[in-house]
Design a protein around this ligand. Structure first.
Ligand code: MG
Ligand code: ZN
Length: 222
């Protein structure tokens, strides 16, 4: 029987993702994948996260995936932390091999938590593991409350969902309980956080979640 090409690509990607994760575990770097549509606020959330992590003595780094520009990486670099840019040349998701190559730009011994911001896209990044320990999906009030219903696979595989721009609720009708209910039906174990990078709502909760998830993972790895 012939195995479809797509399936083979995913298999070799999964293998490389496992190699990445072995490396992260050896170096005790906790890795967080960030997924979301363009404009959901992924980079802004990372900027807020970087500042907040400094207060809890965790050293962050960011790997930014983007179609064509280095705009997001430049924003992150202004915060004075290790940051590398992966330009996919138009490809709509990151792959484990690209991440592995980009890791050479980092001194992993000086990093406690590495964020990998994927290309803005709620569809195919889901299928490609990168070696991350947890996945966070960011979506926002202006995108509408039907996102979970429309992209169930992405939300099902998320460990944490950030509903961003919660301050827009005053401007727009959006039923917060609807996507939340749908997401928990797909994955009862997920963590849901209402967040606003403008007002700071939810940031502390997010940082506490990251700290706890990191400690749990480090303990598991001995
Ligand atoms: Mg971005
Ligand atoms: Zn893609």
């Amino acid at each position: 029987m012939q195995v479809p090409i797509y399936e083979n690509i995913l298999k070799s990607n999964d293998y490389l993702a496992e190699e990445n994760q072995d490396l992260f575990n050896r170096e005790r770097v906790f890795v967080v994948g960030i997924l979301g549509s363009p404009g959901a606020g992924k980079t802004t959330l990372l900027e807020k996260t970087i500042s907040a992590l400094k207060n809890v003595n965790l050293r962050p780094a960011v790997l930014v995936g983007d179609l064509a520009t280095s705009r997001d990486a430049e924003r992150i670099q202004q915060h004075g932390i290790p940051c590398a840019q992966l330009t996919t040349g138009g490809a709509c998701h990151l792959e484990a091999q690209q991440v592995n190559k980009a890791l050479k730009d980092f001194d992993l011994k000086t990093i406690d938590i590495l964020f990998i911001e994927n290309v803005g896209n709620l569809v195919c990044p889901t299928g490609f593991k990168l070696g991350e320990h947890i996945r966070t999906v960011v979506f926002s009030i202006p995108e509408g409350d039907e996102k979970v219903e429309k992209y169930p696979a992405t939300f099902q595989k998320a460990d944490c969902i950030i509903l961003n721009k919660i301050d827009y609720l005053t401007l727009q009708s959006f039923d917060v309980e609807k996507p939340k209910r749908e997401a928990y039906a797909l994955n009862p174990d997920l963590v849901w956080i209402n967040c606003s990078c403008a007002t700071g709502e939810g940031i502390e909760e997010w940082i506490n979640y990251l700290k706890t998830a990191r400690e749990k993972r480090l303990n598991e790895n001995g």
